[in-house]
Design a binder for this molecule. Structure first.
Ligand code: HEC
Length: 282
């Protein structure tokens, strides 16, 4: 139960900060197929709680000095099925502390997170070649407060700071400051010319793969299962459809253990058209 609460908390943090990738996908996994083991390890003088993939490979190892279940002082480590470390988080008195990271499946660090006792101070994102691309600095006014102002710095070519976004607390629209206008224009061009597949990879692939269920359902054939209008409105704001009682939306949501999909209210019409074409091509 406690573990569940912690999961929900991590989930909320991830959602709020758009860090919706891997950790998020852990939350809905059915426990049944995933064998678990608890023991005390004399080597680390700690309680260990382990979860295994259905294949038998180690999936989660939680190592805590207090008890395996309470997750107070120690760390949690998530693994890929290949055996590579995926994610490490350190806990002090039940709160995330210090430094944690998430590795991409190719082994390079994808995200680094810096905490001071349960307060996320900053995030650093890297591309697959290990180049720093985005830095998010949380301007925490209060401890335990997740909805805080933040400054996001973009280094799209891994070198130069091209622009920053300042999000004021509780606001969705950032104030953009352009540092290098030439590179900024180039970036806008490349963003405007993204194909449906590129849009899918950038926005959807953290939760969906075309042919295999992941955090969200596989999307092959979805344009035959659902109407064009339904998919567009779902992608723009699934929470609203669920709240409005759309039957298919409500059923889908409960089928997926009430895992919330990110909303994309700001996708342009052209990008949505490209995404729909891509989905239809699967
Ligand atoms: C944070 C994870 C997440 C992201 C990111 C995400 N989805 Fe989803 N998606 C889900 C989940 C989970 C569901 C299942 C319904 C639910 O629980 O909300 C879903 C359902 C869907 C469905 C309905 C599938 C069906 O079988 O009817 C479509 C279509 C869809 N997503 C498209 C997209 C597209 C397109 C993007 C990117 C623009 C996207 N999703 C991004 C998690 C995500």
């Amino acid at each position: 139960m406690l573990q569940n609460i912690r999961m929900k908390k991590i989930l909320a943090v991830c959602l709020l900060f758009g860090l919706s990738g891997l950790i998020y996908s852990f939350s809905y996994q059915e426990q049944d197929e995933y064998k678990q083991r608890n023991y005390f390890d004399v080597k680390c003088n700690c309680y260990v709680h382990e979860v295994y993939f259905p294949s038998g490979k180690l999936f989660i190892s939680e190592q805590f000095s207090d008890s395996a279940i309470q997750n107070k002082n120690g760390k949690s480590i998530y693994f890929y099925e290949t055996g590579d470390t995926a994610d490490v988080t350190i806990f002090v008195d039940g709160k995330m502390d210090g430094y944690s990271f998430h590795k991409s499946s190719n082994g390079t660090i994808g995200v680094e997170r810096f905490y001071s006792i349960d307060r996320l101070d900053s995030l650093k994102y890297y591309d697959e070649e290990g180049k720093l691309t985005v830095v998010t600095i949380y301007l925490n006014e209060k401890k335990e407060e997740y909805d805080v102002s933040r400054l996001v710095k973009y280094y799209p070519n891994g070198n130069d700071l091209v622009f920053t976004e300042y999000y004021e607390r509780n606001k969705n629209k950032p104030k953009i400051t352009i540092i290098d206008s030439l590179l900024y224009m180039r970036l806008l061009d490349s963003l405007a010319n993204r194909s449906g597949k590129e849009l899918f990879v950038a926005n959807c692939s953290s939760c969906h793969t075309p042919y295999k269920d992941a955090t969200g359902p596989k999307l092959v054939g979805v344009t035959k299962r659902r109407s064009d209008k339904w998919i567009r409105s779902w992608v723009r704001n699934s929470a609203k459809m669920i709240a409005n009682g759309d039957k298919q939306a409500v059923a889908l949501y409960s089928e997926w253990h009430k895992t919330a999909m990110t909303s994309f209210p700001d996708l342009s019409k052209e990008d949505m058209n490209k995404l729909m074409e891509y989905l239809a091509s699967l």
